[in-house]
Design a protein around this ligand. Structure first.
Ligand code: NAD
Length: 337
């Protein structure tokens, strides 16, 4: 059993905790939080031992009726590995704590790549994380792009990727984010920083990305153009992507014409929190012109990185190979449509 602690129990942390808790080869030994908010109460209902992330705030937990198992450095000392799910920048500050206790750690995509030895995507570079002590699971957008690029690269070879990322303004609970009524080129510099982030997974890839932000909280939508090394047919690409368990090629007859219906679909399917772990590629958008492939995909920013965190743990402890780990993660979480 790999004993896992989660430091930072927000959007990503609570999902990682549930996913770890569902694994037969892992034990969730606790989660660390800064405040006793609603998430602390639901963590308690799930039986997750709670640790104070900021020791001076411990009294707030008892005042709110949330029982504490200890403070974060006790969790770090006890864990075989910590999954750091704190806000961007805090993970890098926490690295010293993990090093002090010789506890390996996984960081999230909001951190700079140099926070860890390896940037990770299970489909693309599982083996790069073998035996690494510090690994960064790349961002939701980079995860979404990597899951498409990896099979295309393996099957046809990729000459160049051009991607326009229409990004949600914030997550549903982030009511201070925006825009509320605007369409922002964001970041305004072209190409955007997303391409270089993808290159942390595919160092030799040619990729240019552009970003926008829109008044939505549901998902990101990517418009992709990939120039392949071979001539292809749309049918062949579709078949290839349909063979990827973490890619859902939306069939034409489903009547899913946008991110809103995708989120409804996930809720109707009874998925926890309405999560959609898979990339969602619109089947009829897969178009080919010679060596140029085009498609639209939607990425659920809150959940697509969750299985990647689980696989990163197995890669770091060298307990399963890529395929077995991904299959076990998918099977335990219910991934694959
Ligand atoms: P979040 O704000 O929802 O959650 C972060 C949690 O960490 C909060 O509960 C916060 O109170 C807590 N926290 C703050 N300071 C802390 C500290 N010092 N110690 C412990 N906990 C602390 O953020 P999130 O969206 O879950 O993002 C976490 C990381 O995941 C970031 O790197 C982010 O870029 C990345 N990420 C986010 C998304 C997304 O869409 N939300 C997608 C992929 C990756």
């Amino acid at each position: 059993m790999i004993r896992v602690g989660v430091n930072g129990y927000g959007t990503i942390g609570k999902r990682v905790a549930d996913a770890v808790n569902a694994q037969p080869d892992m034990e969730l030994i606790g989660v660390a939080k800064t405040q006793p908010n609603f998430e602390a109460h639901t963590a308690g209902e799930r039986g997750y031992p709670m640790y104070a992330a900021i020791p001076e705030r411990s009294p707030l937990f008892s005042e709110a009726g949330v029982e504490l198992a200890g403070e974060v450095d006790e969790l770090v000392a006890e864990a075989d590995i910590i999954v750091d799910c704190t806000p961007s920048g805090i993970g890098a500050e926490n690295r010293e704590l993990y090093e002090t206790h010789h506890t390996p750690a996984i960081f999230q995509g909001g951190e700079d790549a140099d926070v860890a030895d390896v940037s990770f995507n299970a489909r693309a570079n599982f083996d790069a994380a073998r035996d690494a002590d510090y690994v960064r699971v790349v961002s939701c957008n980079t995860t979404g792009l990597s899951r498409i690029i990896a099979p295309l690269e393996a099957e046809y070879g990729v000459e160049k990727v051009r991607a326009t990322l229409v990004r949600r303004g914030g997550d549903p609970g982030q009511n201070s984010r925006g825009p509320i009524n605007d369409i922002l080129p964001n970041p305004i510099e072209i190409p955007s920083h997303h391409g270089p982030d993808v290159k942390t997974i595919f160092p030799d890839l040619e990729i240019d990305t552009l970003g926008l932000k829109v008044p939505a909280t549901l998902m990101h939508v990517h418009a992709l153009n990939v120039t392949l090394e071979d001539d292809v047919t749309g049918a062949h690409v579709r078949q290839l992507l349909e063979g990827e368990n973490r890619v859902y090629v939306i069939p034409e007859g489903m009547g899913i014409d946008g991110a809103g219906k995708l989120m409804d679909f996930a809720l109707d399917a009874g998925r926890p929190r309405g999560d959609m772990w898979e990339n969602c590629v619109w089947g009829e958008s897969i178009g080919v012109n010679g060596r140029d492939l085009y498609l639209f995909q939607a990425i659920h920013q809150q959940s697509d990185v969750i299985p990647e965190n689980v696989d990163a743990i197995r890669a770091m402890f060298d307990t399963e190979d890529q395929q077995d780990s991904m299959e076990l993660t998918d099977q335990t979480l219910g991934i694959g449509i």
